[in-house]
Design a binder for this molecule. Structure first.
Ligand SMILES: [Fe+2]
Length: 449
């Protein structure tokens, strides 16, 4: 049995136990059988590791820090259960006992099974377990820095900052759509939080920006554009003030979209010339809205007005005389185009990342500043962090970090191995060569959807 199927077995049994406990009292034979299966599944997994870890990222369940290939039902059910108990990570350590498993089940759902013993929401599950003397089963937060094995999963604080940015932006756009001032201070705070996370380590944030499961395209797209803008700015300069201004301009650039009816924005049908005209007006609408709001910088106004103009001086709004884009607009435009290509929208399927990279190269010097295209590719590679890849060995991997020297050879973590099960979850540099022949040991053949 492969490690992936052993994990799946474990999750199935955990879900069966959680559901069973809602029907049966503690130590019922049916529950005992399920707990024995959990024990067995854990022992199987612990043959090759000291601990087994399940994590939650959004609606996804992670095994040892890596998302499953397919989020089958038991996986999403368990991730919901854990999320509802504010658990991001569940770790079983070698030496756990059957009593520990009993306690875990009671702590996870004993309160829901017995309405008379409702536990206060505020008591953290970790404390409840500790209070019962359980030390070999731990709950908590994924911590990328402290746990290199968790690489590949964004930590909850990044996720929180991302979600805050999406909801804060949605508030700001609501204000704009109802004719109220945009709360500039709120946008600045959101941008500063994204900056802080990106400065510490860009990988988790970039990974969140590439997750395709987000709803609310308009807001997530703008947050992604902001993340990609800040990440580029951090490569280009050390000056936090410039990075901050670029991030704020990115987050405000599309405010004028609130003036376009939703039916037109989301339309799958061919748009009329009048509809296109309305869409082409949104940079001017953005300019008007931002100009009327207090505390908005000139840079934000410039970027909002220019963001559909191009490096080759074409684009819209049309100008009486050709005027080069501001450098900040070029950074935002690149981020905007890249994320739009990588997003699944009602009228356009997402473009695979390696193809998006090709389009950036084709449009270098036309739509985009060639210097920025090169910087962007060094930063993201053909396979940005979080992309699943097929390798020429038949293995599957997840890209973790771009290789600035070769966009097609990132550092990856093997997700599904071929011959040796021990290779699974191994960190591999795709730039690594066979010392005797000089040939690459592994190469990515394509990204996986
Ligand atoms: Fe736009």
């Amino acid at each position: 049995m492969s490690t992936a199927s052993e994990y799946l077995e474990l999750v199935r049994h955990l879900m069966a136990a959680v559901n069973g406990r809602r029907i049966y009292p503690p130590r019922h034979p049916a529950l005992d059988r399920t707990l024995s299966r959990i024990e067995q599944a854990l022992h199987h997994l612990m043959v090759s590791r000291d601990e087994v870890q399940l994590g939650v990222l959004g609606n996804h369940l992670l095994a040892d820090g890596l998302p499953w290939e397919e989020q089958e039902e038991p996986l999403s059910l368990l991730s919901q259960e854990l999320r509802s108990r504010k658990i991001d990570k569940l770790t079983f350590q070698r030496g756990f006992t059957r009593t520990d498993l009993d306690c875990l089940l009671e702590v996870l759902c004993g309160d829901q099974a017995s309405p008379g013993t409702l536990l206060p929401e505020s008591v953290p599950v970790a404390d409840l377990l500790a209070g019962r003397g359980v030390s070999r089963i731990r709950v908590g937060h994924l911590n990328l820095e402290a746990e290199p094995s968790a690489l590949g999963a964004a930590v909850p604080s990044e996720r929180g900052a991302y979600e805050d940015a999406v909801s804060g932006l949605s508030d700001a756009m609501d204000c704009a759509s109802t004719g109220r001032f945009i709360r500039t201070r709120q946008i600045v705070t959101l941008v500063e939080s994204l900056m802080e996370h990106l400065a510490r380590d860009p990988a988790p944030m970039l990974m969140l920006s590439t997750l395709r499961g987000h709803s609310e395209y308009t807001y997530t797209h703008i947050v992604n554009v902001t993340i990609l803008t800040i990440a580029q700015a951090q490569v280009l300069t050390d000056d936090p003030e410039i990075i901050r201004e670029y991030g704020i301009a990115a987050m405000m650039h599309d405010m004028g979209k609130v003036k376009i009816p939703k039916e037109i924005l989301d339309s799958r049908a061919r748009l009329s010339e009048a509809d296109f005209e309305l869409i082409r007006r949104h940079p001017i609408e953005s300019l008007h809205l931002l100009r009327e709001s207090p505390g908005v910088s000139d840079l934000a106004l410039i970027v909002a007005f220019e963001h559909h103009r191009r490096f080759d001086l074409t684009g819209y709004p049309a100008l009486p005389a050709p005027l080069p884009q501001h450098f900040a607009t070029r950074v935002v435009t690149l981020a905007d185009a890249y994320d739009a290509m990588r997003s699944n929208r009602s009228y356009q399927r997402e473009v695979p990342p390696e193809q998006a990279l090709q389009i950036l190269q084709q449009q270098s010097g036309k739509m985009f500043d060639p210097v920025l295209v090169r910087t962007f590719i060094r930063m993201m590679g053909a396979f940005p962090p979080g992309t699943r890849l097929r390798l020429d060995t038949g293995e599957e991997a997840m890209a973790l970090k771009a290789n600035p020297e070769d966009p097609f050879r990132p550092i990856v973590r093997l997700v599904v191995g071929t011959s040796s099960e021990g290779e699974r979850l191994k960190l591999v540099n795709l730039a690594e060569r066979d010392p005797k022949t000089g040939a690459y040991l592994r190469s990515a053949t394509c990204s996986l959807p």
